[in-house]
Design a protein around this ligand. Sequence first.
Ligand code: MF3
Ligand code: CO
Length: 215
Amino acid sequence: MSTAEIDKLVYDYTTSHNAIPAPLNYEGFPKSVCTSINQVVCHGIPDENEILKNGDIINVDVSTIYEGYFSDASRMFMIGDVKEEWKRLVEVTKECLEIGIATAQPWARLGDVGAAIQEHAEKNGYSVVRDLCGHGVGLKFHEVPNVEHFGKKGTGMLIVPGMTFTIEPMINMGKYQVYVDEKNGWTVLTEDGLPSAQWEHTILITETGNEILTW
Ligand code: MF3
Ligand code: CO
């Protein structure tokens, strides 16, 4: 299938449930979902000429406005037979998200979350994208705080009950450097052309831990 077909599925499902696809027309973004394949890190634009092929890995990033509130989540999908080396990248990146969520406890600090994610990624020989981060989410798509996926334990903002933010590590197989495609001003790619993976949840910090809002 093409990534434009994924976009249509997301648009139709969202609008038929009285919700609004948040990416559509967001700062000029032309589609309802981001679809990011292989060396595309994030913000890939669905296209009818872009056809999924055997061995691809794709991030589908869905954000929805419902009754005035924003949500934001993404998952990876592996198409057909994916190389073991690429599967491992997808799996370790999922673990990075899980470790980040486990670390995002009330009265911890945002730097604890970043440090835990960075440690797991780098221990596995990967690098953490620096130029994009998680974010507060609620009445707006992107709110404070910035949630970096790298950092130092014991630094950064205190995490307190009531905060709602995303954790969305982008992990590169090679180097962490990325660039934005000049042709559309959106698509972020790895500088070295090696693949990148991402998983994302929106979480709510509670008195006793956190709750994942985007299952
Ligand atoms: N969903 C992305 C995020 O995780 C934001 C995409 S902005 C868009 O923050 F315009 F590209 F949709
Ligand atoms: Co996000």
